[in-house]
Design a protein around this ligand. Structure first.
Ligand code: FPP
Length: 243
Protein backbone atom coordinates (compact mmCIF):
# COMPACT_ATOMS: atom_id res chain seq x y z
CA UNK A 1 0.00 0.00 0.00
CA UNK A 2 1.30 3.45 -0.94
CA UNK A 3 1.90 5.54 2.16
CA UNK A 4 0.32 8.97 2.41
CA UNK A 5 2.81 11.84 2.44
CA UNK A 6 0.48 13.44 4.97
CA UNK A 7 1.75 11.00 7.59
CA UNK A 8 5.34 11.86 8.56
CA UNK A 9 7.80 9.03 8.05
CA UNK A 10 10.16 10.47 10.61
CA UNK A 11 9.22 12.47 13.70
CA UNK A 12 11.80 14.13 15.95
CA UNK A 13 10.82 15.13 19.48
CA UNK A 14 12.28 17.44 22.12
CA UNK A 15 10.62 16.05 25.24
CA UNK A 16 10.56 19.25 27.28
CA UNK A 17 8.63 20.09 30.43
CA UNK A 18 9.35 17.19 32.78
CA UNK A 19 10.72 19.50 35.48
CA UNK A 20 7.70 21.83 35.41
CA UNK A 21 5.30 18.89 35.37
CA UNK A 22 6.91 17.61 38.58
CA UNK A 23 7.03 21.09 40.14
CA UNK A 24 3.30 21.53 39.49
CA UNK A 25 2.86 18.46 41.70
CA UNK A 26 5.31 19.63 44.38
CA UNK A 27 7.59 16.77 43.43
CA UNK A 28 11.33 16.65 42.62
CA UNK A 29 12.40 16.97 38.96
CA UNK A 30 13.39 13.30 38.87
CA UNK A 31 9.71 12.41 39.31
CA UNK A 32 8.99 14.34 36.11
CA UNK A 33 11.74 12.56 34.17
CA UNK A 34 10.42 9.21 35.40
CA UNK A 35 6.93 10.10 34.18
CA UNK A 36 8.60 11.25 30.94
CA UNK A 37 10.00 7.77 30.33
CA UNK A 38 6.53 6.22 30.74
CA UNK A 39 5.11 8.79 28.32
CA UNK A 40 7.84 7.94 25.81
CA UNK A 41 7.08 4.22 26.00
CA UNK A 42 3.38 4.92 25.30
CA UNK A 43 4.22 7.45 22.57
CA UNK A 44 6.36 4.90 20.68
CA UNK A 45 3.34 2.63 20.31
CA UNK A 46 0.99 5.50 19.39
CA UNK A 47 3.30 6.88 16.71
CA UNK A 48 3.87 3.37 15.31
CA UNK A 49 0.10 2.74 15.16
CA UNK A 50 -0.29 5.91 13.12
CA UNK A 51 2.31 4.86 10.55
CA UNK A 52 5.39 6.77 11.70
CA UNK A 53 8.48 4.75 10.76
CA UNK A 54 11.22 6.63 12.64
CA UNK A 55 11.00 8.44 15.96
CA UNK A 56 14.07 10.34 17.16
CA UNK A 57 13.93 11.57 20.75
CA UNK A 58 16.25 13.98 22.54
CA UNK A 59 16.95 12.10 25.78
CA UNK A 60 20.12 13.95 26.85
CA UNK A 61 21.75 16.82 25.00
CA UNK A 62 25.43 17.77 24.87
CA UNK A 63 24.40 20.80 26.95
CA UNK A 64 22.52 18.84 29.63
CA UNK A 65 25.84 18.25 31.43
CA UNK A 66 25.35 21.79 32.77
CA UNK A 67 22.50 20.54 34.99
CA UNK A 68 23.14 19.73 38.67
CA UNK A 69 25.17 16.51 39.06
CA UNK A 70 22.35 14.71 40.87
CA UNK A 71 19.91 15.42 38.02
CA UNK A 72 22.46 14.21 35.44
CA UNK A 73 23.12 11.00 37.36
CA UNK A 74 19.37 10.56 37.91
CA UNK A 75 18.74 10.79 34.15
CA UNK A 76 21.58 8.36 33.38
CA UNK A 77 20.16 5.95 35.97
CA UNK A 78 16.66 6.22 34.52
CA UNK A 79 17.87 5.46 31.01
CA UNK A 80 19.92 2.51 32.31
CA UNK A 81 16.92 1.06 34.12
CA UNK A 82 14.62 1.70 31.12
CA UNK A 83 17.05 -0.10 28.80
CA UNK A 84 16.35 -3.37 30.59
CA UNK A 85 12.90 -2.75 32.11
CA UNK A 86 11.20 -2.11 28.76
CA UNK A 87 13.41 -4.22 26.51
CA UNK A 88 11.12 -7.23 26.39
CA UNK A 89 8.13 -5.02 25.58
CA UNK A 90 10.08 -3.28 22.81
CA UNK A 91 11.11 -6.63 21.32
CA UNK A 92 7.56 -7.97 21.32
CA UNK A 93 6.04 -4.73 19.98
CA UNK A 94 8.33 -4.74 16.93
CA UNK A 95 10.31 -1.67 18.00
CA UNK A 96 13.88 -1.31 16.79
CA UNK A 97 16.11 0.72 19.13
CA UNK A 98 19.20 2.67 18.14
CA UNK A 99 21.18 5.04 20.31
CA UNK A 100 22.95 8.00 18.69
CA UNK A 101 25.35 10.56 20.14
CA UNK A 102 28.78 11.04 21.61
CA UNK A 103 29.86 8.03 23.68
CA UNK A 104 32.48 10.08 25.55
CA UNK A 105 31.56 10.43 29.21
CA UNK A 106 28.98 7.64 29.01
CA UNK A 107 29.70 4.73 31.37
CA UNK A 108 30.54 1.30 29.97
CA UNK A 109 27.57 -0.10 31.87
CA UNK A 110 25.19 2.19 29.98
CA UNK A 111 26.92 1.54 26.65
CA UNK A 112 26.60 -2.22 27.25
CA UNK A 113 22.90 -1.84 28.04
CA UNK A 114 22.38 0.07 24.79
CA UNK A 115 24.30 -2.52 22.82
CA UNK A 116 22.07 -5.25 24.25
CA UNK A 117 18.94 -3.23 23.40
CA UNK A 118 20.20 -2.56 19.86
CA UNK A 119 21.10 -6.20 19.29
CA UNK A 120 17.88 -7.59 20.75
CA UNK A 121 15.73 -5.32 18.56
CA UNK A 122 17.88 -5.26 15.41
CA UNK A 123 15.40 -7.28 13.33
CA UNK A 124 12.28 -5.39 14.33
CA UNK A 125 10.69 -3.22 11.68
CA UNK A 126 7.43 -1.75 12.99
CA UNK A 127 9.11 1.50 14.06
CA UNK A 128 12.73 2.54 14.64
CA UNK A 129 13.34 4.63 17.75
CA UNK A 130 16.54 6.63 17.72
CA UNK A 131 17.49 7.71 21.22
CA UNK A 132 19.70 10.80 21.03
CA UNK A 133 21.86 10.68 24.13
CA UNK A 134 24.77 13.06 24.73
CA UNK A 135 23.87 14.33 21.30
CA UNK A 136 24.13 17.79 19.77
CA UNK A 137 23.51 18.94 16.21
CA UNK A 138 26.78 20.87 16.19
CA UNK A 139 28.67 17.88 17.60
CA UNK A 140 27.27 15.81 14.74
CA UNK A 141 28.48 18.29 12.09
CA UNK A 142 31.92 18.50 13.73
CA UNK A 143 32.31 14.70 13.93
CA UNK A 144 31.36 14.50 10.24
CA UNK A 145 34.02 17.14 9.36
CA UNK A 146 36.62 15.21 11.34
CA UNK A 147 35.62 12.05 9.52
CA UNK A 148 35.97 13.77 6.14
CA UNK A 149 39.40 15.21 7.00
CA UNK A 150 40.66 11.93 8.47
CA UNK A 151 39.67 10.05 5.34
CA UNK A 152 41.77 12.44 3.25
CA UNK A 153 38.87 14.18 1.49
CA UNK A 154 39.82 17.15 -0.65
CA UNK A 155 37.51 20.21 -0.57
CA UNK A 156 36.01 19.41 -3.97
CA UNK A 157 35.08 15.86 -2.79
CA UNK A 158 32.70 17.37 -0.26
CA UNK A 159 29.15 17.75 -1.47
CA UNK A 160 25.93 17.95 0.53
CA UNK A 161 25.29 14.29 -0.30
CA UNK A 162 28.78 13.01 0.60
CA UNK A 163 28.80 15.09 3.79
CA UNK A 164 25.35 13.87 4.82
CA UNK A 165 26.60 10.29 4.54
CA UNK A 166 29.02 10.88 7.42
CA UNK A 167 26.38 12.39 9.71
CA UNK A 168 24.90 10.24 12.45
CA UNK A 169 21.50 9.68 10.83
CA UNK A 170 22.88 9.00 7.36
CA UNK A 171 20.71 5.99 6.62
CA UNK A 172 17.50 7.48 8.00
CA UNK A 173 15.28 9.90 6.02
CA UNK A 174 15.34 13.46 7.31
CA UNK A 175 12.68 14.26 9.93
CA UNK A 176 9.42 15.47 8.39
CA UNK A 177 7.98 16.71 11.65
CA UNK A 178 9.89 18.27 14.55
CA UNK A 179 7.86 18.44 17.77
CA UNK A 180 8.82 20.32 20.89
CA UNK A 181 6.65 20.10 23.98
CA UNK A 182 6.86 22.40 27.00
CA UNK A 183 6.13 25.76 25.37
CA UNK A 184 9.61 26.84 24.25
CA UNK A 185 10.06 27.53 20.56
CA UNK A 186 13.63 26.63 19.75
CA UNK A 187 15.66 23.77 18.30
CA UNK A 188 18.18 23.63 21.19
CA UNK A 189 20.97 22.15 19.04
CA UNK A 190 19.00 19.00 18.15
CA UNK A 191 18.95 17.78 14.53
CA UNK A 192 20.27 20.95 12.88
CA UNK A 193 21.31 19.64 9.47
CA UNK A 194 18.56 17.04 9.19
CA UNK A 195 15.74 19.41 10.21
CA UNK A 196 16.37 21.72 7.24
CA UNK A 197 12.90 21.02 5.80
CA UNK A 198 11.14 19.64 8.86
CA UNK A 199 7.75 21.08 9.74
CA UNK A 200 8.01 22.59 13.21
CA UNK A 201 5.33 21.98 15.83
CA UNK A 202 5.42 23.58 19.26
CA UNK A 203 2.93 22.88 22.02
CA UNK A 204 2.55 24.12 25.58
CA UNK A 205 1.73 20.57 26.66
CA UNK A 206 4.39 19.34 29.12
CA UNK A 207 6.04 16.12 27.95
CA UNK A 208 4.58 13.76 30.60
CA UNK A 209 1.09 14.84 29.43
CA UNK A 210 1.82 14.20 25.75
CA UNK A 211 -0.64 11.39 25.03
CA UNK A 212 -2.78 10.16 22.15
CA UNK A 213 -4.83 13.35 21.86
CA UNK A 214 -1.73 15.54 21.69
CA UNK A 215 -0.07 13.22 19.18
CA UNK A 216 -3.14 13.39 16.96
CA UNK A 217 -3.15 17.20 17.15
CA UNK A 218 0.51 17.30 16.08
CA UNK A 219 -0.11 14.86 13.21
CA UNK A 220 -3.20 16.79 12.09
CA UNK A 221 -1.17 20.00 12.07
CA UNK A 222 1.47 18.26 9.93
CA UNK A 223 -1.15 16.92 7.52
CA UNK A 224 -2.45 20.45 6.95
CA UNK A 225 0.98 21.88 6.05
CA UNK A 226 1.89 22.92 2.55
CA UNK A 227 5.33 21.35 1.97
CA UNK A 228 7.31 22.61 -0.98
CA UNK A 229 10.94 21.84 -0.11
CA UNK A 230 11.95 25.17 -1.62
CA UNK A 231 10.11 24.45 -4.89
CA UNK A 232 6.80 25.69 -6.20
CA UNK A 233 4.77 22.50 -6.01
CA UNK A 234 2.90 21.51 -2.89
CA UNK A 235 3.41 18.12 -1.32
CA UNK A 236 6.32 17.00 -3.45
CA UNK A 237 7.61 14.06 -1.49
CA UNK A 238 11.08 15.44 -0.94
CA UNK A 239 14.45 13.94 -1.76
CA UNK A 240 14.21 11.08 0.72
CA UNK A 241 10.61 10.08 0.55
CA UNK A 242 9.40 6.97 -1.18
CA UNK A 243 5.90 6.19 -2.28
C1 FPP B 1 13.53 18.19 29.41
O1 FPP B 1 12.67 18.55 30.48
C2 FPP B 1 13.77 16.77 29.43
C3 FPP B 1 14.99 16.19 29.52
C4 FPP B 1 16.25 16.94 29.61
C5 FPP B 1 15.13 14.73 29.56
C6 FPP B 1 14.20 13.96 28.70
C7 FPP B 1 14.44 12.54 28.96
C8 FPP B 1 13.50 11.61 29.11
C9 FPP B 1 12.04 11.85 29.00
C10 FPP B 1 13.94 10.22 29.41
C11 FPP B 1 14.23 9.46 28.13
C12 FPP B 1 14.35 8.05 28.47
C13 FPP B 1 14.74 7.06 27.67
C14 FPP B 1 14.63 5.68 28.14
C15 FPP B 1 15.27 7.29 26.32
P1 FPP B 1 13.17 19.64 31.51
O2 FPP B 1 13.85 18.98 32.63
O3 FPP B 1 14.02 20.65 30.80
O4 FPP B 1 11.81 20.27 31.96
P2 FPP B 1 11.57 21.80 32.38
O5 FPP B 1 11.82 22.62 31.14
O6 FPP B 1 10.12 21.81 32.78
O7 FPP B 1 12.50 22.10 33.50
Amino acid sequence: MERSPRIPRHVAVVMDGNGRWAKNRYMPRFFGHKAGVDTLIRAIDLFADRGVEYLTVFAFSSENWKRPADEVSGLFGLVLVAASKYLEAMVSKGVRIRVIGNREGVSEQLQDAWMRAEQATAHNDRITVLVAFNFGGRWDVVQACRHALASGCSPEDITEESFARTLTLSEVPDPDLFIRTGGEMRLSNFLLWQAAYAELYFTNCLWPDFGAEEIDLALASFAARDRRFGGAESWSHGPDATG
